[in-house]
Design a protein around this ligand. Structure first.
Ligand code: SF4
Ligand code: MG
Length: 334
């Protein structure tokens, strides 16, 4: 299907010049219409920085130091989000691309009713809308995310964490954006609640037709809920494939380690191996493949040469990419 968001050679640094730390390196990633793209990696791998960078929500000293983020609106011409003026950006966020942050449920304003917080978003973006219609839309949105509209007048502290998170998701969807970015949206909730909310989101996506970038360190959630998965390590994408393909046969030793870090959902139990060692420090990124100090399969070229991300020379190579010296690349990703 057609692309809705194309991230091209995106680089994000913290700081400038000699002091700059490279947090996101040469990321190329395409989100297609209606798709759920999972982005996985340990904390510090650059996942959140990538999300903040592409929506231009980076706080200083974070800065996008290169690349493009091409957005294809439902109607009209594609444009580079990185070239939008501040005013255009205000309209773009929420209305075209909405983001639900990690711990978002704690960012509701404690002194306002949830109905007011929902209708305020509408008032800011669709000022011509009558207050009656705004209230009606807010009710409808709450219903969609599984909250009874008679909770409209509740204050955030009167709702459970799961309900507050649903309100945030409702708020993200209220202007019917084409793209919804979820950054660890349910991490603070228990596992049952996480699955429930995500299941519901996927159902909504089928009904409303938006696309999702879903960021988490929990690869088991991605295997269950996404169509495609990209794995990040040390600020780079190291593997990308269909969720089922990745689950069946990951190529990158880091992906294999992540998959070994959680129990199998179905089928035979596997041993939890995890990944020894810790994620690299951005300030002292290892040379060559940044995973080499932790990689059980590291060999000659790994410590000195950065592997190129590209389609591997395998029968299904055209549908996946990997950056690892174990898998010679037939066609590099530009
Ligand atoms: Fe391991 Fe080498 Fe592959 Fe890096 S390039 S993941 S160190 S085998
Ligand atoms: Mg994060």
């Amino acid at each position: 299907s057609e692309p809705v968001l194309e991230i091209k050679n995106l680089n994000v640094d913290y700081g400038l010049g000699d002091q700059a730390v490279h947090a996101v390196r040469d990321v190329n990633l395409t989100l297609h219409r209606g798709e759920v793209l999972g982005l996985a990696g340990e904390s510090g791998s650059g996942k959140s920085t990538l999300a903040y960078g592409l929506t231009r929500l980076l706080a200083p000293p974070g800065v996008v130091s290169g690349g493009q983020v091409i957005y294809h609106p439902e109607k009209g011409d594609a444009y580079d989000v990185l070239g939008l003026s501040d005013k255009e950006l205000q309209a773009f966020r929420w209305a075209e691309t909405a983001i639900v942050f990690q711990g978002a449920m704690n960012s509701l304003n404690p002194v306002h009713k949830i109905s007011t917080q929902l209708t305020d978003v509408l008032a800011a973006h669709e000022p011509q809308m009558s207050s009656h219609s705004r209230t009606a839309r807010a009710r409808e949105m709450l219903k969609l995310v599984g909250i009874s509209p008679d909770r409209m007048d509740a204050y955030p502290h009167q709702l459970s964490g799961g309900m507050r998170q649903r309100v945030m998701i409702g708020m993200a969807l209220i202007l019917q954006p084409q793209v919804v970015i979820m950054d660890e949206p349910t991490t603070a909730l228990d596992v049952v609640m996480q699955r429930q909310i995500l299941g519901q989101l996927i159902e909504l996506r089928e009904r409303l037709g938006f696309s999702v970038i879903f960021i988490t360190h929990d690869l088991s959630l991605l295997v269950e809920f996404s169509n495609r998965i990209a794995i990040m390590y040390g600020g780079r994408i190291v593997e990308e494939a269909q969720a089922s393909t990745l689950y069946r046969e990951s190529l990158h030793p880091y992906s294999a380690g992540l998959l070994g870090s959680f129990p199998a959902l179905r089928g035979p139990r596997r041993e939890l191996t995890g990944i020894p060692g810790s994620p690299p420090d951005l300030k002292g990124m290892p040379t060559g493949c940044s995973f080499h100090p932790r990689c059980p399969k590291a060999f000659d070229p790994c410590a000195d040469n950065i592997p190129v991300l590209g389609n591997p020379d395998t029968p299904d190579g055209a549908t996946r990419t990997v950056a690892c010296w174990l898998h010679p690349v037939k066609q590099p990703v530009s």
